[in-house]
Design a protein around this ligand. Structure first.
Ligand SMILES: NC(=O)c1ccc[n+]([C@@H]2O[C@H](COP(=O)([O-])OP(=O)(O)OC[C@H]3O[C@@H](n4cnc5c(N)ncnc54)[C@H](OP(=O)(O)O)[C@@H]3O)[C@@H](O)[C@H]2O)c1
Length: 269
């Protein structure tokens, strides 16, 4: 699988192209489609990757990565379906679109892999969960794993778990941003200038995330207990979090996000 076409080079599509180049892919193995000629020219100037039309992308690519907004999928499939044969692997990065939507529209036997990425892809720290459609095998999942590991971490999940994944790692960065905002506000309340409060909290978040991911003891409970000393400052704060039901609120928030993902997905049944 050499030649990769990204259909829709927006935020996620561009991040993937940049990550693939950084991982050592040649620009001439990559191509993209894009509706705005100025943006296409700017991407080609920046990355040296060819801008092509959909027909060329379908003809030349071994792997078609679909990175348009979910609401733009139908007109795109109208263009792709008559041209595509079942030898091409289709990788969908579109939130909420089931593999069966593609399978209904594309040539019988087309392998489709559904991906739920997240925005940290723009800094090479995505969490991507991948699921095989009914014609995609281990070899197709392996291709997608290799592709997406250039922009972060990849896990395989059954497609039935994609709504839960959407709520956890898809929406997850937004919940961390929300927590950081609230903690910066607390800094303001305590008389710390906004810029200093932001520096303190963002670095605390980066440090905590690095300990969770790379530390020798990555379990969150053990890490939290290690900074919660008897009669100390941290436990005084934790009591307030418990009093306000923050743990239950987070669980409810993620459940609500999962339910909304299920609801949005019904539009494509
Ligand atoms: N951003 C995220 O946090 C995130 C997270 C997880 C999954 N995703 C998924 O990733 C996909 C892309 O999201 P994004 O944030 O990168 O969106 P985006 O920035 O809007 O990028 C989509 C791009 O595709 C272009 N496009 C639409 N239809 C096209 C067509 N027929 N041919 C060529 N180009 C076309 C759009 O052009 P116009 O500007 O003209 O519309 C736009 O440049 C979505 O399906 C989304 O669900 C995104």
């Amino acid at each position: 699988m050499n030649s990769i076409a990204v259909l829709g080079a927006g935020k996620i599509g561009e991040s993937l192209l940049a990550g693939l180049l950084q991982a050592g892919r040649n620009a001439d193995e990559l191509m993209f489609t894009e509706r705005h000629p100025e943006r296409a020219a700017q991407l080609t100037a920046e990355y040296g990757i060819e801008h092509v039309d959909v027909a060329t992308a379908v003809r030349r690519a071994d792997v078609l990565v679909v990175a348009v907004k979910p609401q733009d999928i139908e007109p795109l499939l109208d263009q792709v379906a008559p041209l595509l044969d079942a030898a091409t692997l289709v990788v969908s990065l579109c939130a909420g679109l089931p593999t069966k939507l593609y399978e209904r529209r594309l040539a019988e036997g087309t392998p489709v892999v559904r991906v739920m990425p997240n925005t940290p892809m723009v800094v090479g720290e995505a969490m991507s969960a991948i699921s095989a459609g009914s014609h995609a095998g281990d070899e197709h999942l392996a291709v997608v794993e290799e592709l997406l590991s250039s922009v972060g971490k990849v896990v395989r999940v059954p497609e039935t778990q994609q709504d839960a994944v959407t709520a956890l790692s898809g929406s997850g960065p937004a919940y961390f941003f929300y927590l950081v905002e609230a903690m910066i506000d607390a800094g303001i309340l305590l008389g710390i200038p906004r810029a200093t409060a932001a520096d303190l909290i963002v670095q605390a978040a980066v440090g905590a995330a690095t300990m969770l991911r790379d530390g020798t003891e990555g379990h969150p409970t053990i890490l939290r207990e290690a900074v919660t000393s008897p009669a100390g400052t941290t436990i005084a704060g934790i009591r307030e979090l418990e009093k306000h039901g923050v743990r239950a609120a987070l669980i409810d928030a993620i459940e609500a996000a999962r339910d909304r993902s299920v609801e949005l997905g019904r539009a494509h049944d």
